[in-house]
Design a protein. Sequence first.
Length: 256
Amino acid sequence: MSVLCLPYNWERRIVPFMRKTLPAIFLLLVGVALVFLLTSRVPMAGSEFFPLAKNNSWKHLVVFSGGDYIYYMTEKVIDDNMSLADEKSYVVMEEYEPLTTTAPEAKSTVAYFRKGGFWHRYPWLDYDGTKVWDTKLGTGSEQVLPSPYNGVATWKIGFNTNAWSADGKQEMNGSAQASIDPEVVRVPAGIFAHCLRVETMSVNGFVDQHRRNKSYNLRHVEWYAKGVGLVLALSDEGEGTPIKSRTELVQYTVNE
């Protein structure tokens, strides 16, 4: 059996050596950790994910109902002088260009304003090419996403309208959550990292043609890229159900 023999006075030799090298090793490890943190930072505190300014525009490809309805949706900021809820608002004209015979050609006008740390969407507007006015077809606005983003956020949503249902009433209530998605998003307009993921779960109530109360669930998930806006959106009726619509960014022009 072999016996390990240590040099004479080994303790006096090793202790000074360790005292000299341990601080250096510690500083090296701290430096590596700082480099890792700095290189892996994601846009969080103070980041804006929906740049609204006059003449900014986005073009999305929308596939709805499994491909029965396919169209381009082009949104352009046409006015930044309107006031809603005592806040500066940005009026956005939305045009729908059908790519299938079943998809209708349509236009709509909405406005966005910032209040209470969120972008709000007001959908009750109309535009005739020269002026914008409030149709008064509904009440309330929808909180869309935090502005600026300062960490994981949750909020309630809901509004009422008399624009579509038979008895002049439709309601939507739900909740939403926003957080940074670690996965990259790939769409025709490019590859986007550290997107803001906004998931909304809502219960939508209406009265059918026989004046019976009906309701359905809808889940809507949107991804916004910093300094770009909406890059991807998916909708379904809940976890495990077929996708009802897919919206992908095709091109954009943004002047922040």
